[in-house]
Ligand binder design. Structure first.
Ligand SMILES: [Zn+2]
Length: 395
């Protein structure tokens, strides 16, 4: 899962530096893109902020970084050693990681992390975007009116801002995946704060809002990183099903058939489920996007598909309350139309505490205030209005 770190970083960097022209070309040939769900403030691609070099660890000595560090690196942060990593992306000495670190990579320890959705629900997540391949995925998701959680790398948001802005407007849940995709526990407090805050700044410039959900690259998280995340207003999201899609070419030799076989195994076992699921997938390569699109129809026939915030009934996945997304009762499910999906919610969905991280997630949910920033498209408005009503009932 965490091997070939340097290869991934290299490919990410390559995608980030070479994709602008491709993205523009692809976007020009796209047809039938639905009207935006969220009304975004204008942005023309000219960034006002002074950003670090992409895919390098965010600096801690800038004026901004110093301000952020002074604000968040306080005595309340859990004290644990920084974990040295190998160039292959593994901890150099796993045995040195203490049990009270609650390290997920080594021990699968969970502390208020979201790992699953309620039973019957599949939290659809794609990591490492936006990339030159994102448009293809977003086109497909538009055709089925499906929304997902997109864990964005700040460096990629700078380079592929058009794809990011499209996803923001489409009503996908945008979440953070750091600035440069390092293993989080390998960073100092100061570096991790800078990684989060520069990513926030980029997403805020492009889309106008600030994420509240975070996925650690490689799933690498411990109690020190969690305490920093909580101080900055974030909930961490792991997963319970790993497609290992990043091991497909050029990341490795995993085949589409192997990825599909895993999905088939999970689908066959669905009748025995005691929880829903959150999957780890990527919008990283052409192959990972192909695998995602290949499996979405089958997933939709088995589970209700939605972003993680929706399955946690959090209608406010951003720090700015004027932006609201649909929650479980209002989200479009799979191949259904918006009209039918708002009427097919099952009572089982109210058991959101099935999620291992429910206590952590609840701290981000339950707010029903704030205007809904939507276009006048009636179908979409009905969808969000239904979600707001559902959220009001839940909390
Ligand atoms: Zn990643």
């Amino acid at each position: 899962m965490i091997a070939n770190l340097s290869l991934i970083a290299a490919v990410l960097a390559l995608a980030g530096t070479s994709s602008a022209a491709t993205t523009t070309t692809t976007a020009a040939t796209t047809t039938a893109t639905p009207a935006p769900l969220l009304t975004l403030k204008p942005f023309n691609g000219t960034f006002a902020g002074d950003y670090p070099t992409t895919f390098e660890v965010a600096p801690t000595n800038t004026t901004l970084a110093k301000q952020w560090i002074a604000q968040y690196n306080t005595a309340n942060i859990t004290s644990l050693p920084v974990v040295p990593f190998t160039s292959g992306g593994d901890p150099k000495d796993p045995n040195s990681i203490s049990a009270d670190a609650c390290d997920w990579t080594i021990t699968n320890c969970i502390n208020k992390d979201i790992t699953v959705c309620p039973i019957g629900v599949w939290g659809l997540t794609y990591d490492d975007g936006p990339t030159e391949f994102s448009t293809q995925l977003y086109d497909y998701l538009d055709t089925t009116e499906q929304k997902a959680t997109l864990f964005y790398i700040g460096s990629n948001v700078i380079t592929n801002w058009e794809a990011a802005r499209r996803a923001c407007g489409a009503g996908h849940q945008i979440a953070s995946h750091t600035w440069s995709h390092q293993p989080s526990t390998s960073l100092t407090n100061e570096q991790f704060i800078a990684e989060i805050k520069y990513t926030e700044m980029a997403i805020k410039e492009v889309c106008g809002f600030t994420p509240k959900y975070f996925r650690p690259p490689y799933g690498d998280i411990d109690n020190r990183i969690r305490s920093l995340l909580w101080a900055m207003g974030y909930t961490s999201v792991i997963w319970d099903y790993d497609t290992n899609d990043w091991q497909m070419a050029p990341g490795g030799t995993r085949t589409l058939a192997q990825v599909n076989a895993d999905f088939a195994t999970w689908e066959a076992a669905a009748s025995n489920d005691t929880t829903g699921h959150i999957t780890l997938e990527h919008e990283l390569y052409q192959n990972t996007v192909t695998a995602a699109i290949d499996n979405l129809p089958k997933l939709a026939a088995t589970w209700k598909l939605m972003p993680v915030s929706a399955c946690m009934n959090d209608s406010h996945p951003y720090q700015e309350t004027e932006y609201q997304l649909a929650t479980m009762n209002g989200v479009v499910t799979g191949m259904s139309s918006a009209t039918t999906s708002t009427n097919t919610t099952t009572s089982s969905n109210t058991t959101s505490t099935a999620a291992a991280g429910a206590s952590g997630a609840s701290s981000t949910g339950g707010k029903t205030s704030g205007a809904v920033a939507v276009t006048g498209e009636m179908k979409v408005f009905a969808l969000v209005a239904a979600a707001a009503a559902a959220a009001a009932q839940m909390f």
